[in-house]
Design a protein around this ligand. Structure first.
Ligand SMILES: Nc1ncnc2c1ncn2[C@@H]1O[C@H](COP(=O)(O)OP(=O)(O)OP(=O)(O)O)[C@@H](O)[C@H]1O
Ligand SMILES: [Mg+2]
Length: 259
């Protein structure tokens, strides 16, 4: 993790936020869902979380966890207390999109009134199961989309972080377009989101450059967070990447510097 608090920060445009705030609709709440969540026996210790490049509550990563909490607050402000789906995608490969998606999902799970579900949508280079130390033995997203009869529960894994669950990518594929634009994918996300109103969904997408998948995934998301590799992506590349998304969905840009 970067030790410089000025390395991870967000920008947003007021008109973008105004537009996003106008379109959120009311949904009923289901306050009992968190109480029903079982966590297993192995909540990870701070050192283990750091090894997984994850924020935690101790002072040693305070700057980073504050940065992710701030992004959480901004997203929550846009959504007016409704749960939502956020796509996180980096401009170019290896800029930290998965790192940001994972930590943003963790920041939501830190809040004891919320749960978060991280869905690895990078079919060619899935990384979240390894990063989180999850063995995806029962398959993941693609396996479910191909064989929905397995049931959605079988592909939702515990992570060792209370209230944070992972749907790994599953069997790898070259292209996600046909899956991400399918009726089944949309229906799955709707059902995951609507089942618990305290559940926030995060789609970890592939880089925007070089693949249409992130743009296709953005059709399924309420908000898009774009990750810029600090000192790696040029302003022109960032503008080009951002232009792929509906302005009303663009929640912010995160500048990330990996160490
Ligand atoms: N701010 C950071 N601090 C420490 N390590 C980081 C940071 N950002 C990214 N990394 C590490 O850098 C590597 C690449 O990051 P990551 O996998 O998140 O990038 P990506 O944009 O998702 O790449 P891909 O194009 O493969 O999807 C990972 O090992 C990740 O843990
Ligand atoms: Mg990634």
């Amino acid at each position: 993790m970067s030790t410089h608090d000025d390395r991870i920060f967000t920008e947003r445009r007021d008109e973008v936020i105004d537009a996003a705030m106008r379109r959120v609709e009311e949904r009923p709440s289901a306050g009992h869902s968190i109480a029903l969540m079982t966590e297993g026996s192995h909540a990870l210790a701070p050192l283990q979380l750091e090894q997984r490049r994850l924020i935690h509550r101790e002072d040693s990563v305070r700057l980073q966890s504050d940065a992710f909490r701030e992004i959480r607050t901004r997203l929550l402000g846009l959504a007016d207390n409704q749960n939502f789906i956020t796509l996180v995608a980096s401009v170019s490969p290896h800029s930290g999109g998965s790192f940001v998606a994972r930590n943003l999902a963790a920041a939501f799970a830190f809040d004891e009134t919320k749960t978060s579900l991280l869905i690895d949508c990078n079919l060619r280079y899935p990384s979240q199961h390894r990063a989180l130390g999850v063995d995806p033995a029962k398959g993941g997203l693609i396996d479910f989309l191909e064989h929905p009869v397995r049931g959605i529960k079988s592909i939702i894994y515990q992570t060792g972080i209370p209230r944070l669950r992972l749907v790994p990518a599953g069997t790898s594929r070259e292209n996600g377009g046909e899956f991400f634009s399918s009726f089944r994918m949309r229906a799955m996300l709707d059902s995951l989101r609507c089942r618990y109103t305290d559940r926030y969904l995060f789609l970890d997408g592939p880089a925007i450059k070089g693949s249409p998948d992130a743009r296709i995934l953005s059709d399924l998301a309420d908000f898009v967070v774009v990750v810029v590799g600090y000192g790696r992506d040029t302003a022109a590349a960032v503008n080009q990447a951002v232009a792929n998304f509906e302005p009303s969905k663009l929640a912010g840009v995160v500048f990330n510097q990996s160490v």
